[in-house]
Design a protein around this ligand. Structure first.
Ligand code: ZN
Ligand code: ZN
Length: 291
């Protein structure tokens, strides 16, 4: 008797304090949830487990990244969510996306409502507690963004350190601004972009966890061809190996021209050990991609 083992639909990896769960095949579909932060990056697939998340961050409008948004909104109603989710996206695509959802709502006879939040590079929106989401410019043929999850921690201004507490309290009462902020990028997500995003926004290289596209891994696709499609090739990450300060790098959006079970071996053979140790390939177990 034949036993067919189907690959699990979702991939789950752990990167530091974060669970990274979803599905990502370059050009096919990408949707990745980080449950600890209550966010989903992109909606190219609609896993049931992501449907209750209240903040969805869209990198751009290509269908492998937004095609399943209506399904995700529909499932949301089934799990008892009545408030529309916040959907953060490049400001240029807000009108088209809301018009598309309005047309689909008519077909569905059910309102597929969202709270749209259009962002330009540098814009921020509150996430929860001391966490904020900041948009970063990426380089793709359509309007596109990367996102940082930044923790802002209030601290006493340097020049006031060492002053007695009552003195600081008195200054605060007198209206003096005694607070400075430390920033730490907890997580960053950058996909569907030329690698130059890392040069323009080096804060990505300092994020505690970096989720980054690496669509092409070897000479099966040339560097030139990868660049022509505005995608990242592993050669370009290797070139920058010394610059990554991240604790963990989750590599996603891998092309289906590679089998999932050969990805780790390609990385072992090609990536310098100090960088390789920190890379977590976001691919399913087994020899084939889901679906
Ligand atoms: Zn894509
Ligand atoms: Zn794209």
């Amino acid at each position: 008797m034949w036993v067919v083992i189907l690959p699990a639909m979702l991939t789950t990896v752990t990167a530091g304090p974060y669970t990274i769960r979803g599905i990502s095949v370059g050009g096919v579909y990408t949707s990745i949830a980080v449950p600890e932060l209550g966010i989903v990056f992109d909606a190219g697939a609609s896993p049931r487990s992501s449907s209750a998340v209240d903040t969805i961050l869209l990198s751009h409008g290509h269908v492998d990244h937004i095609g399943a948004l209506p399904a995700l909104l529909g499932i949301r109603a089934l799990v008892g969510k009545t408030r529309p989710p916040r959907v953060v996206m490049p400001v240029e695509i807000v009108d088209d996306l809301t018009a598309a959802l309005a047309a689909l709502s008519k077909l569905q006879r059910f309102a597929l409502d969202i709270e749209p939040i259009g962002m330009a590079p540098g814009d921020e929106v509150a996430l929860r507690g001391d966490l904020r989401i900041r948009a970063v410019r990426t380089f793709h043929p359509v309007p596109s963004l990367a996102y940082l999850v930044v923790r802002r921690v209030a601290k006493l201004k340097n020049e006031l350190l060492g002053l007695p507490g009552p003195e600081i309290a008195a200054r605060r009462r007198a209206g003096e601004d005694v607070t400075d902020y430390d920033e730490r990028t907890e997580l960053a997500y950058a996909t569907d972009t030329l690698v130059s995003v890392l040069d323009h926004s080096p804060e990505l290289l300092r994020a505690r966890v970096l989720i980054v596209e690496c669509t092409f891994l070897d000479q099966r696709k040339t560097l030139e061809a990868a660049r022509a499609g505005c995608h990242i090739h592993l050669d370009e990450l290797i070139e920058r190996a010394e610059r990554f300060e991240n604790e963990h790098i989750v590599m996603m959006h891998v092309s289906q021209i590679y089998r999932p079970d050969e990805v780790a071996g390609i990385l072992d053979a090609r990536v310098p050990p100090a960088l390789r140790r920190r890379i977590i390939p976001f691919v399913p177990d087994g020899t084939s991609w889901p679906g």
